[in-house]
Design a protein around this ligand. Sequence first.
Ligand SMILES: Cc1cc2nc3c(=O)[nH]c(=O)nc-3n(C[C@H](O)[C@H](O)[C@H](O)COP(=O)(O)O)c2cc1C
Length: 195
Amino acid sequence: MIFLISNKHIQNILFWKGLSENSIHLYRGLYLSVFSIKVLYVKTGAIKMTKLAIVYLSTQGSTQIMAEAIAEGARQKHIEVRVDNFYEWDPKDAASYDGIAVGSSTFYYKMLEPIAKFLDALIAEGVDGKVGSAFGSYGWSGEAPVMIAEKMREAGMKVVDPVLRVQYVPEEKDIKECQRLGKDIATKLKKLRTE
Ligand SMILES: Cc1cc2nc3c(=O)[nH]c(=O)nc-3n(C[C@H](O)[C@H](O)[C@H](O)COP(=O)(O)O)c2cc1C
């Protein structure tokens, strides 16, 4: 549909510029070729898409809601995103992504133990220079995301601000903030790619 609209649009411009029917066919052919080559390159991996991994642990779903909203924001900026619970991730695979966001709720003034172990395994794979992000739901003290960000910085990651904390279940305004963070991560990833 987008292609049809674009093609029609080009046709109108060319008519407006007073070009002949043959020129229009030629331009349309060129347009189609460039479009097909681009699709082929992306599909074969010749043009590598920037990828974001979102790994979380959530006991009752609040940090999961945050993770999914961050993913939505990043996808709106045309970034490839995989968002999954930590046990579905292989740390080596997660470390191969351009950006890695890690989320945990706070329990007993720290991050949950399984995500702490995951983070250690991730860092052991080598994440120096990669973009990082930390987030999580909390009740009253909210140390987990701060601790995640600290570990990421120590490992040489570029942590995107803010380290995002939401008290208990995210509300509409919190979800918007998570989407904003997703967009900011995507912008930072794209910027680093062109540097
Ligand atoms: C046993 C227990 C211990 C908790 N300890 C803390 C804590 O030390 N600090 C804090 O801010 N919140 C604490 N919380 C609150 C949780 O972080 C909060 O409920 C959060 O929304 C859970 O998010 P989740 O559903 O993503 O796991 C605790 C909750 C429970 C049940």
